[in-house]
Design a binder for this molecule. Structure first.
Ligand code: PMP
Length: 426
């Protein structure tokens, strides 16, 4: 069914480590080899063998308008004609920054970078520079990109491949990262009672999306905000995944929390390589050239990336966007629940905005420990069964699913029919 993909992967492996430029693209967790993609449009992905798929990975989140959105592509083409990088300011960068400050409640000033990893890494340096403290707290199963300080009990590919701590991260760096379970405020309080005066920042995915999709318990984010404030530590909301996805203003708007710093990525680039970090002006003024904390980028604020992101954000502002995403998420997860009951397969599932989680487990998934109770063998069979019927889910259960405005109700009904058939077989 996938001869050309197989051939392409064999060749890629000769020149690229593991044949992929990012580990989660490999099908390690589910077995088999990755599909090579030729093109995509709307809700559909097309592989090099000519198979098509309803796509719930969406480039791991960015493609919220669907693939190859004509307006975004048209603007990128128009801007490309004028030159692709200047290394000098453009008014488009200001328009973009203004838009982000308008939309994301806590952000008063924002710096563009080229990936989510750069955003979190820079926000962390800024938090340390601002507080003059070294330690940080992160949560088990949360992923904040691949900078050294965050590769401790991280989620996403790190969890999928079972690499709790990466070799190459020096001990001296790792000792400054404290990890606690997600959704467990007592553990965080304990850490603060011990190290409170040394903690520069707490970084959190306000809705976790890298151990599957896990929602914060009611009042949890509020409690995290209170304790960080009490000890003078900064609260960094890593909204690389949730930004412009669970609500126009991200999780901070949805849950009414005012973080000190926010990191953004994925949707903000509309499918181009972009990240951003922003927050209170007083803190952002610490960044060079106004302040002493250094961070820079040859391609940062790149015009093609800015126009793709800006066009995407403007479209998301249209009325009904998040209602539509919520409605599709509900249709999909209600459907999964129903199928699970019909087939006698325990499924824990929920959605928020354009993000959803599906876990084959009897447990309520609230943290990394409960996420890992899911049935990985069943997911592998389900994943391949779905792929054969033309539906592309993430090749790991410990990843969130994504919806776009290009998905139709018919897509969702087709997906549920496929799941019904596949889960009968397995
Ligand atoms: N933070 C979060 C919450 C993420 O989900 C990711 C990527 N999945 C990152 C940071 C890193 O972003 P990037 O892959 O663009 O470096």
């Amino acid at each position: 069914m996938y001869p050309k993909s197989e051939q392409a992967f064999a060749e890629a492996r000769q020149f690229i480590p593991g044949g992929v430029n990012s580990p989660v693209r490999a099908f390690r967790a589910v077995g088999g080899n990755p599909l090579f993609i030729e093109k995509a449009a709307g809700s559909r992905l097309y592989d090099v063998d000519g198979n098509s798929y309803i796509d719930y990975v969406l480039s791991w989140g960015p493609m919220i308008l669907g693939h190859a959105d004509p307006e975004v592509i048209g603007q990128v083409k128009a801007y490309a004609e004028r030159g692709t990088s200047f290394g000098a300011p453009t008014t488009l960068e200001t328009e973009m920054a203004k838009k982000v400050c308008e939309l994301v409640p806590s952000v008063e000033s924002v710096r563009m970078v080229n990936s989510g990893t750069e955003a979190t890494m820079s926000a962390l340096r800024l938090a340390r520079g601002y507080t003059k403290r070294a330690k940080i707290v992160k949560f088990e199963g949360c992923y904040h990109g691949h900078a050294d300080s965050f590769l401790i009990k991280a989620g996403s590919g790190v969890a999928t491949f079972g690499l709790p701590d990466s070799p190459g991260v020096p001990e001296s760096v790792a000792t400054n990262t404290i990890t606690v379970p997600y959704n467990d405020i007592e553990s965080l309080q304990l850490v603060f009672s011990q190290f409170g005066e040394e903690i520069a920042a707490v970084i959190i995915e306000p809705v976790a999306g890298n151990m599957g999709c896990v929602l914060p318990k009611p009042g949890y984010l509020q409690a995290v905000r209170e304790i960080t404030k009490q000890f003078g530590a900064l609260l960094i909301f890593d909204e690389v995944m949730t930004g412009f996805r669970v609500a126009l203003g991200g999780a901070q708007e949805k849950f009414g929390i005012d973080p000190d710093l926010t990191t953004l990525g994925k949707v903000i680039g509309g499918g181009m390589p972009v990240g951003a970090y922003g927050g209170k002006r007083e803190i952002l003024e610490m960044i060079a050239p106004t302040g002493p904390v250094y961070q820079a980028g040859t391609l940062s604020g790149n015009p093609l990336a800015m126009i793709a992101g800006y066009t995407t954000l403007c479209r998301l502002e249209q009325a009904g966007t998040y209602e539509r995403l919520e409605q599709m998420g509900k249709l999909l997860t209600d459907g999964f629940r129903e199928i699970g009951e019909e087939r006698g397969i325990p499924i824990f599932t929920h959605s928020i905005g354009g993000m959803f989680g599906v876990f084959f487990t009897e447990e309520s998934v609230t943290d990394y420990t409960s996420a890992k109770t899911c049935d990985f063998d069943l997911y592998a069979k389900y994943f391949h069964g779905m792929l054969e019927t033309g539906v592309y889910f993430a090749p790991s259960q410990l990843e969130a699913g994504f919806l776009s405005l290009a998905h139709s109700d018919a897509d969702i009904h087709m997906t549920l029919e496929a799941a019904r058939t596949v889960l009968k077989r397995v």
